[in-house]
Design a protein around this ligand. Structure first.
Ligand SMILES: Cc1cc2nc3c(=O)[nH]c(=O)nc-3n(C[C@H](O)[C@H](O)[C@H](O)COP(=O)(O)OP(=O)(O)OC[C@H]3O[C@@H](n4cnc5c(N)ncnc54)[C@H](O)[C@@H]3O)c2cc1C
Length: 525
């Protein structure tokens, strides 16, 4: 048995450690190598020593590091030159690259430069002991066949590997391996690529493989705006975004979100899959999902065969409507928690602050993001989240605005029915110039009350002027409002809000020719 099989793996560390592709390829290389030789990771970059140590803990027996400031950013042409030189110098037998977009470009360039064969997007590799050669399996003919591919004599045998079915070797702190620094003078090395900017992808993408909830979008969501619905629903549910190949190829989301034979295998408790037909290359990787909900406008779409719940409908109308429902539900939960906290203190399983934090995390917002969106200082958000401060009710409405939730979601179905009933009894109060109806019936003696106030157009206008202890928050639902607050006058347009100490004398006036509708929330101590 030979003992000198040298397998190289390209260390794509751009999103290390979040992106596990290189680690999986390392693991596959170790399986292939067994005790026949050695697995070496090729690491190009700047200041990447700690990543090298991680590669050893994940299976590399040696790491060749080329550390240079010119390699800090990925440039396919420069990387090709450096790696081709290394291959020509060390002559490995096998060179494996993860099939990321960059990996596919790099692999093809190196193979062309060396004049060797490259098997693309392989799902597995075997070593033929007898012939002492490599055999790859790769989907072919639209994925309906698995082709077995062999190389000619010219080495290295090159392959790009898809991660979908590759397991990862467990992290072994005690694993031994050497890190070898290779000096390269790259000062004069040319690159035809000018990197104008490089932006690390936001943490939109968590660990898709481990997500409890995944919302996936396919070609049927039509465009990037359609895909935003998928993204929004995933955020609201605290889940991750997944995608089929066409959605990734159209750049509606990143390759990291690809589910399938050539992407990731997932096992969420809930998968909502939208506008996906149910091709085998996709469904092969969702077998571990618990409940599958499919949305497709074609009742004969194969995805319905594996779905637990099927919704025959247009994603572009279903998703926005469903998102509104989810938002309403979520906001109700928060307001209930807020009310309960006022009533029963902190005997909650999840506190108000914890819920706000979870909501912020689910939306991948930082404390600063939420602070900006709600017009509060970051310290305020931190205090709310640690339950050391019960926020004014205006915060809830600011939150609803930040999340684009209709604030009338304050109402439970029961309350809505009650309001409807009360309305019959003349619950809507009218004066000559304005009317109001409560949005929180039965809360007359409570701290928190919300009203829908309608002020008639300007002609017969008579000011409403009053003051009371506590705080007031106004959201202009329709029309325009002039608010005189003490000696200051504010003009507010539809969608704008104001929060003030209601002890200050204030007057509301409709300054447009249309009805002005306001959601007024009062907090009285
Ligand atoms: C070697 C190989 C590997 C592959 N690997 C993968 C892989 O890893 N992952 C992967 O996903 N694919 C992979 N594919 C591609 C795969 O074969 C399918 O082409 C792909 O999964 C189809 O994606 P889709 O369901 O989004 O699109 P389509 O098959 O085009 O389906 C779109 C669906 O959306 C529905 N629809 C259209 N409009 C609407 C609307 N407005 N509302 C609701 N529904 C609507 C349609 O009825 C249709 O069923 C691979 C292919 C090959 C050859």
């Amino acid at each position: 048995m030979r003992k000198n099989l040298e397998i190289w793996v390209f260390g794509d560390h751009r999103n290390h450690p979040r992106d596990r592709l290189a680690l999986r390829v390392l693991s596959q290389a170790r399986v292939l190598c067994k005790d026949k030789g050695r697995v070496t990771a090729i690491l190009l970059g700047h200041g990447v020593e700690t990543i090298g140590k991680d590669y050893i803990a994940h299976g590399a027996q040696r790491v060749l590091v080329v550390d240079h400031p010119r390699l800090a950013l990925y440039r396919a042409d420069l990387f090709t030159t450096v790696i081709t030189d290394l291959i020509q110098e060390h002559r490995p037998e096998i060179f494996l690259v993860g099939a990321s977009e960059f990996g596919k470009e790099l692999g093809a360039r190196i193979a062309k430069r060396l004049g060797v064969g490259l098997s693309a997007e392989c799902v597995s590799l075997d070593w033929d002991e007898e012939k002492e050669s490599l055999i790859a399996s790769s989907p072919a003919f639209g994925g309906n066949f698995l082709a077995r591919i062999a190389w000619n004599e010219k080495k290295p045998y090159m392959a790009t590997l898809s991660s979908g079915t590759l397991p990862e070797r467990p992290y072994d702190d005690a694993a031994s391996g050497e890190i070898v620094r290779v000096e390269k003078n790259l000062e004069g090395a040319s690159s035809r690529l000018d990197v104008i900017s490089s932006v690390r992808e936001s943490n939109e993408t968590g660990r898709l493989e481990e997500a409890r909830i995944v919302v996936a979008g396919g070609r049927g969501v039509k465009n990037s705006e359609g895909f935003n619905h998928v993204r929004e629903l995933a955020a609201l549910l605290g889940g991750e975004v997944g995608a089929t190949r066409p959605a990734v190829d159209a750049h509606w989301t990143s390759h990291e979100q690809l589910i399938g034979q050539t992407g990731k295998s997932i096992k969420p408790g809930l998968l909502i899959t939208c506008g996906t037909s149910g091709a085998i290359q996709y469904t092969a990787a969702i077998g571990g999902a618990g409940t599958v909900v499919a949305v497709n406008r074609d009742p004969r779409a194969p995805i319905f065969r594996i779905a637990d719940y099927g919704i025959v409908g247009d994603c572009l109308s279903f998703l926005p409507a469903f998102i509104m429902e989810v938002k309403g539900h979520l906001f109700r939960e928060i307001t209930d928690l807020y009310r309960n906290q006022i009533r029963v203190g902190k005997d909650q399983k999840i506190s108000f602050g914890q819920r706000i934090k979870k909501l912020r995390d689910d939306h991948k917002m930082s404390v600063v993001d939420l602070a900006e969106k709600t017009g509060q200082p970051p310290e305020f958000i931190e205090q709310v989240e640690s339950d050391s401060l019960t926020p004014p009710v205006s915060f809830l409405l600011q939150l609803s605005q930040a999340l684009q939730i209709d604030p009338s979601n304050f109402l439970t179905e029961q309350e809505k029915m009650k309001i409807d009933g009360k309305r019959q009894e003349g619950f809507v109060k009218r004066t000559q110039n304005y009317s109001y109806r409560t949005l929180t019936p039965g809360a007359a003696d409570k701290h928190l009350r919300a009203f829908m106030v309608t002020i008639e157009p300007r002609e017969v206008h008579k000011m409403v002027e009053y003051k009371h202890p506590g705080e007031e928050f106004i959201f202009v639902y329709k029309g325009e409002l002039e608010l005189t607050l003490g000696s200051k006058v504010f003009h507010l347009n539809q969608g704008e809000t104001i929060h003030f100490d209601s002890e200050t004398r204030h007057k509301l006036r409709n300054i447009s020719d249309e009805k002005c509708e306001l959601i007024v929330t009062l907090y009285t101590p």
